[in-house]
Ligand binder design. Structure first.
Ligand SMILES: *Cc1c(COP(=O)(O)O)cnc(C)c1O
Length: 219
């Protein structure tokens, strides 16, 4: 079942779009089913659960931290995490840098933008990101690498609104690509799209969709 779901979704995605299987709250055996079907990118939003699953599952899985991350928990995932999607403060970014240094590695991150018309979603405004990138302190962070942007659309049935929000994120990405990241070929990811809206996200230019319930069933 799960491998079938993954195949169906993959068939709808252009080849340059990465499918991140969001396995939060799901038991190990369901992740194994996805793994045996060829899935290698998994997303989790709780650090303790992520660490436990990393310990129990094959080591060629690329683990993505997709949810809100507390600074004090960064050290637990720093040795192995392959991408942190939800960077939404300078404080968090510098803690990731510190733990990257401790583990002698560079940790890939996405800057999370607030694109939804909801108070509760985390993320930067465009102005805040410009400020962060202009800050001389940012250039001292040698153990983090900003490889793109991430955002979540409003939880709504209104697909026009969702598309508008995804297009806004794509516009932010394009602006950063041609300015602050002009010579950074690694700056190439737009993480947007979940089970309910990944088609709209792909239309708007997503390079990475984070899909949970459409693969593993509802939570
Ligand atoms: C849970 C979650 C997803 C996946 O949601 P589904 O609707 O189950 O596909 C994607 N992104 C983030 C940040 C999440 O927390």
């Amino acid at each position: 079942m799960i491998a079938e779901n993954i195949k169906k979704i993959e068939a709808q995605l252009p080849s340059h779009v990465t499918l991140v299987a969001v396995s939060k709250t799901k038991p190990i055996h369901l992740l194994e089913e996805a793994y045996n079907g060829g899935q290698r990118f998994f997303g989790e939003n709780r650090v303790n659960e992520l660490v436990e699953k990393h310990e129990k599952l094959p080591k060629d899985i690329q683990w993505h931290m997709i949810g809100h991350l507390q600074s004090k928990k960064v050290k637990l995932i720093a040795p192995f995490i392959s991408l942190i999607h939800g960077v939404d403060s300078f404080k968090l970014l510098s803690e990731i840098n510190k733990q990257g240094l401790n583990n002698d590695r560079v940790i890939d991150c996405l800057l999370q933008f607030h694109i939804a018309n909801e108070e509760t979603k985390f993320g930067f405004s465009y102005e805040e990101v410009e400020e962060l990138l202009d800050d001389p302190l940012f250039f001292e962070l040698k153990n983090v690498r900003i490889v793109g942007v991430m955002g979540m659309a409003t939880f709504t049935e209104n697909s026009e609104q969702i598309s508008n929000e995804f297009n806004l994120l794509a516009t932010y990405f394009a602006k950063l690509s041609s300015n602050q990241f002009k010579f950074a070929d690694y700056f190439k990811e737009i993480s947007m799209g979940m089970s309910g809206d990944y088609q709209l996200a792909v239309e708007a230019g997503s390079t990475m969709v984070r899909v949970g319930s459409a693969i593993f069933g509802s939570r």
